[in-house]
Every structure is written in structure tokens, then in C-alpha cells.
Design a protein around this ligand. Structure first.
Ligand code: ZN
Length: 240
């Protein structure tokens, strides 16, 4: 049940599984703190096979995987957009995507939003276009005086995998380092829901190895609205 009609933390991403790879820990922590947690996903991920070819059955399977992960994380609401093909979001009218995201946001008025930065963590075009559209949607809300208090982009620089040198400056320069160790079991079980995606199993192995080595797991974010003045790093430890 949703505790707050509006407010809370909202993630706006491109595919089922993006939430589990990126911000599952921060969402779980927000939920445990009594905040409403929401997720908007642009596509069903129906082309998430090795060939990258759309398969309606895979889309159905991945929607089920997403619902499974949402339950494990403790999300209050999951919304899937209609009309955006996996791998082809950039070919759809950008204005429509901005309007769809702005409408979703203005109905829910989250206090903070998490989305993808300019490199989209992996360079995936859907990630990049959804992150960009979200930023424009927030500016549209700002014109109406109802912008969220904070917008963050995912900055995967504290991940258990090797250092990243391929990210945009805003993704590389994390301003927030969130200790998600307390909820890492939920992030792992959310990743387990995405059984159709082989890289989910790899991510679980990486997290477990990092837990064994360091005992701590962090998620990184850069607050891009309002921007955080330098010097960095002087990490914030909460998104809300
Ligand atoms: Zn993705």
C-alpha cells in the first residue's frame, strides 16, 4: 500500500532489469524509511536476447521478471510505458516520450528522481534517450512549479566490477555514495528474478565477491538538479 499519495523516490529507466542493476538498493532503503517508491520503465525488454530481435513472448516473460524484482525490492508502483520498442526508443518521437514521462511525474510528484546519465551506464541508446527525456520532463514540471527537489543520475563508480573510464563526466563524478549493504540481499534476489538475462547472474557473482572481500556495497549517484557544487568527493549518503 502506498503510504504517501505523492512524493517519495521514483526511478525512470528503460528496461526490466535496469532497476535491479542500478538503483535497487537505494529504492529498498527509501521504502524501509517509509517513503513511497515507484518505477517507470519505457520498454518491455522484448529484444533482450543474444540476437537483439524482438520476441513478444520474451517481453511477457520480462514483465513478469520485473514484477518479481519489484516485489523483492519493495516497490509501491511499477508502470510500463506503451509504444516504445526495446532497442528503438530513440526512433520514437522524443516529444511524446518527454510528455509521457512528464504526465507520469506530475501525477505522482516524487521528491527525488533517479534516471540514466549521458552515457546510460552501458552506452545503451534506450538508456541514454530515457535519461535525456526525463531531464526535459523535469524541466517542464519546473515551469509549472512542481519539479522534484532532486534529480540523480546513476553513477556506477563504486560497483564491485572494475573501474570505469568510459562514463560521462557527470556519471563519473558521483556526488552521493549510498551504503546499500543492509539491503543487498534484496538487490541480489531482485537480480535473480531476471533469469532471462545472463548478465544478472554475473552481477550477483560480482556483488558476492565484493561482499566477501570488503563487506560493504555502495551505489553511486550524481545529483544533477540542483547540481552539487565542488569540491567532490564529499559524498552525500542519502537521496531523500
Ligand atoms: Zn537496460
Amino acid at each position: 500500500m502506498i503510504d504517501e499519495g505523492i512524493g517519495g523516490l521514483a526511478a525512470i529507466l528503460a528496461h526490466p532489469d535496469d532497476e535491479s542493476f542500478s538503483c535497487a538498493g537505494a529504492l529498498a532503503l527509501a521504502r524501509d524509511a517509509g517513503r513511497t517508491t515507484r518505477l517507470l520503465v519505457a520498454t518491455l525488454g522484448e529484444a533482450g536476447n543474444p540476437e537483439g530481435v524482438a520476441d513478444p513472448l520474451l517481453g511477457e516473460m520480462r514483465e513478469d521478471e520485473l514484477r518479481c524484482a519489484a516485489e523483492r525490492i519493495g516497490l509501491d508502483e511499477v508502470t510500463l510505458l506503451d509504444g516504445y520498442p526495446d532497442g528503438g526508443v530513440a526512433e520514437q518521437p522524443f516529444e511524446r516520450l518527454v510528455s509521457d514521462i512528464a504526465a507520469w511525474l506530475s501525477d505522482r510528484r516524487p521528491d527525488a528522481v533517479v534516471t540514466f546519465g549521458a552515457h546510460g551506464v552501458t552506452g545503451n541508446r534506450d538508456h541514454i534517450i530515457v535519461g535525456s527525456a526525463t531531464r526535459w520532463a523535469v524541466e517542464r514540471l519546473a515551469e509549472a512549479g512542481i519539479a522534484p527537489n532532486a534529480v540523480y543520475v546513476v553513477s556506477p563508480v563504486f560497483g564491485p566490477t572494475a573501474n570505469r573510464f568510459d562514463l560521462s563526466p557527470e556519471e563519473q563524478g558521483a556526488t552521493h555514495r549510498i551504503d546499500v549493504t543492509a539491503v543487498i540481499g534484496r538487490k541480489i534476489t531482485a537480480l535473480e528474478c531476471h533469469a532471462s538475462q545472463t548478465d544478472a547472474a554475473e552481477a550477483i557473482r560480482d556483488i558476492r565477491a565484493a561482499l566477501d572481500a570488503d563487506g560493504l556495497i555502495f551505489e553511486g549517484y550524481t545529483r544533477v538538479r540542483p547540481p552539487v557544487p565542488p569540491p567532490h568527493p564529499n559524498f552525500g549518503t542519502r537521496l531523500l
